[in-house]
Design a protein around this ligand. Structure first.
Ligand SMILES: Nc1ncnc2c1ncn2[C@@H]1O[C@H](COP(=O)(O)OP(=O)(O)OP(=O)(O)O)[C@@H](O)[C@H]1O
Ligand SMILES: [Mg+2]
Length: 714
């Protein structure tokens, strides 16, 4: 009977053993399945805790990790704990030095510890007394978790209601579970590392992509700051750039500095870590800012920092500084990655700087060109326009968008095309050449042009530069001065001649009149005397007009309507118009301003001009008079003066005479004295007005008079 019982017991023990082995196998199978399928280490760790609790019949199971910085063991996962126990465990890390308990011991000694009788153990070792009482442990087992053989935490299980009897193979099995956790931890670490490398790689990639699309210095620095922060998981980052003399660093771009005005920050180079890094060209990191004397606090809460210089061609461009809000945070890994990154970034920053400088220089050159008082054009060797400045647009009356990249033959005057082809084809430049162009209004425009040859770096002819100067006004002034000078010298001479003639003429007149009284009856002699008297009278009138012309004008200017003066002048010549069947067409714009004029003298001007017009027309014709304000497009469309044109449909003036018509005594008329236009000129001069003439043979003549505005138009 007894042996039968023994046998049954043995069978049941074997059965238990077998069951346990089965449970273990199915647990291991479950875990390995999960290991293959999931990379979620938290889930895996929890599964291991559950399975080990099931197999060993733990009351509680726990995983703790070592926090090196705090030198403590912190609960990561636990099962079988009451909510209070769990809360307590989570909020009370075990101090590695102060808490001498099984868990800290396991990590310190880096080996598995199994205590079957905790009470006895605590009594004997004075360890765990408090712990044993708090947790009411009867038995406990704890194994180290390792990364690279170094203990980084522990897994433990205890039993509270009865002793936990573990065999040698049980303990080995538990250690095996711990080693599974090590694999998971190692995997998780590798995964984390991979992830980190991946983000770093992506950041590098991103940077090169983003920067290839921007050469904008400010924008680029922002991208660099953003990516540096991401790359090493900083909480904030600043790109510190030295000033011109390298005495101070300023924040050129930043991340996480939004709350402060970075423009105001200036860090001295000789007393800061930034300055040391720039001077040595070597990266460094600060483990604990509170212990670093050279640390200059900008942001509060920064505990550790990583500094990497931006170096290009051995020149320090600046320093990347990444901050973290906890101490001992940066590793040599971070430094290495940030250095690689800084290497890329430096080249790009240098490029952007150069580009910025080039842009600045180009803008300066462009501004100079644009505001140059002369027209400037550059033309390539295929005669295609490369550049044209604003003045050249104005002078050549072209729009930049219509002529750029076009062949110059389509818009430049012939003479300039010749200059360009001489420059490009034969290397000949023109130091100065005068070119006359017709304006829309028909007034000839006189330009002075010079050409210069453009060479490439090898000294080959690469194109030409043309500069254009508007000489119209200068030429006009020159000719007016010449005219005035000529008139005044001619006037002086004629005045003295007239004076000399006047006295002898008076006695001749007297004598002839006396003779004519003495001789009577003889009609032939009388006829001669009468003709002589008529000649004398004509000489007298010429002498008088000459003297009138040469006399100093007594001009008194008053604000008056010039159209009224013209109307009076027209009234004076009305009978002549009728006589010659001439139609007069006169109209003024609405806004005729009052002008500072001497109306009496101006009446003479208009009468003279109208008489000349009348005398130029034979067999009927028209005289057209127009008056309007003239506007200047170059100066914001401000009114420049008042323009009066008098146009006739007469015989016109031959080009040769055109230059002489203002000369005193120049006349093409039998009865003319040739003083009319000289007087006109003289009076207009007193009014600071100008007169221009255009004439077309057998078609007519236009006189244009320009009066300055009085400034009292309103
Ligand atoms: N509207 C015109 N059409 C054609 N020729 C003109 C006209 N105005 C002036 N001229 C030419 O200019 C010359 C000079 O004119 P100006 O008025 O000075 O003298 P004049 O008319 O010849 O003589 P005066 O005016 O002294 O009687 C004229 O002789 C004429 O050849
Ligand atoms: Mg005249």
């Amino acid at each position: 009977m007894a042996s039968e019982k023994k046998l049954t017991d043995k069978i049941s023990r074997l059965q238990d053993e077998l069951d346990k082995k089965n449970r273990i196998l199915s647990s291991i199978y479950k875990i390995s399945q999960k290991l293959n399928r999931t990379s979620d280490s938290a889930q895996l760790l929890k599964t291991i805790l559950h399975e080990s609790r099931k197999i060993f019949g733990f009351t509680r199971a726990i995983i703790l990790f070592l926090n090196k910085e705090e030198n403590s063991l912190e609960t990561k996962y636990c099962i079988g704990f009451t909510p209070e126990e769990e809360a307590f465990s989570m909020s009370h890390p075990l101090d590695m030095d102060k808490h001498l308990c099984l868990e800290t011991l396991t990590v310190k000694q880096n080996k598995t510890i199994y205590i079957r009788d905790m009470e006895a153990y605590a009594r004997a070792n004075d360890i765990e007394k408090k712990m044993a009482r708090r947790w009411k442990r009867v038995s406990n087992i704890s194994a180290p978790l390792r990364i690279n053989r170094e203990a980084v935490g522990s897994i433990g299980g205890d039993r509270t209601h009865e002793k936990m009897v573990l065999t040698g193979s049980d303990i080995r099995l538990f250690s095996y579970f711990a080693s599974l956790i090590n694999i998971i931890l190692e995997n998780a670490r590798l995964l984390e590392q991979n992830k980190k490398r991946m983000t770093q790689f992506i950041s590098l990639q991103e940077l090169s992509q983003k920067t290839s699309s921007t050469l904008n210095y400010g924008q680029l620095l922002n991208i660099v700051a953003g990516n540096a922060t991401k790359l090493v998981h900083g909480s904030s980052c600043a790109l510190m750039m030295p000033d011109d003399k390298g005495r101070y660093f300023r924040i050129a771009a930043s991340r996480g500095y939004e709350k402060i005005n970075t423009d105001l920050i200036r860090i001295p180079a000789n007393r800061s870590i930034c300055g040391f890094v720039a001077a040595s060209g070597k990266p460094t990191w600060v483990e604990d800012t509170s212990l670093e004397s050279a640390y200059v606090a900008i942001l509060s809460g920064v505990r550790s920092q990583l500094y990497v210089p931006l170096v290009s061609n051995k020149r320090i461009l600046g320093v990347i500084r990444v901050d973290r809000n906890s101490k001992k945070q940066f590793s040599s890994d971070d430094q290495e990655v940030l250095e690689i990154f800084a290497g890329h970034a430096s080249a790009l920053v240098e490029n952007a700087l150069l580009y910025e400088q080039i842009l600045e220089q180009r803008n300066l050159a462009q501004n100079i060109l644009e505001s140059a008082p002369n027209g400037i054009l550059t033309i390539d060797k295929n005669s295609v326009l490369q550049m044209i400045n604003r003045k050249a647009e104005q002078l050549l009356k072209v729009k930049r968008r219509n002529v750029l990249d076009r062949n110059i033959s389509t818009f430049l005057p012939d003479k300039m095309i010749e200059m360009v082809s001489d420059a490009i084809g034969y290397g000949k430049d023109y130091r100065y050449d005068e070119i006359t162009m017709n304006s829309k209004s028909g007034m000839p425009l006189i330009y002075g042009a010079t050409s210069a040859i453009l060479y490439d770096s090898q000294g080959n002819i690469n194109g030409a530069i043309i500069t254009i100067q508007d000489l119209t006004q200068i030429k006009k002034t020159e000719s007016m001065l010449w005219r005035t000078e000529k008139l005044s010298s001619l006037g002086q001479m004629s005045a003295s001649i007239a004076h000399e003639i006047r006295n002898p003429l008076a006695s001749i007149n007297f004598n002839v009149q006396l003779l004519s009284k003495k001789i009577s009856g003889n009609s032939y002699t009388r006829q001669i005397l009468d003709d002589t008297l008529e000649g004398i009278n004509r000489i007298k009138s010429v002498v008088q007009r000459t003297l009138d012309y040469t006399r100093e004008l007594n001009t008194s200017l008053r604000c008056e309507r010039i159209d009224h003066v013209l109307e009076d002048a027209v009234a004076l010549v009305q009978h002549k118009l009728k006589e010659r069947s001439i139609v007069l067409d006169m109209s003024f714009s609405q806004d005729v301003p009052p002008l500072l004029i001497d109306s009496h003298q101006l009446q003479q001007v208009f009468v003279n001009l109208l008489l000349n017009a009348v005398e130029a027309i034979s067999g009927g014709g028209t005289i057209t008079i127009r008056g309007k304000k003239e506007y200047d497009a170059d100066y914001g469309n401000t009114a420049r003066g008042f323009l009066i044109t008098i146009e006739d449909s007469g015989v016109g003036i031959v080009p040769n005479n055109l230059k002489k018509i203002f000369d005193p005594f120049f006349t093409t008329k039998q009865e003319g004295t040739g003083l009319g236009l000289s007087i006109v000129h003289k009076i207009l001069e007193q009014h600071k007005a100008t007169i221009d003439v255009k004439s077309f043979h057998n078609k007519g003549t236009i006189f244009s008079l320009r009066f300055p505005l009085s400034g009292q138009e309103d």
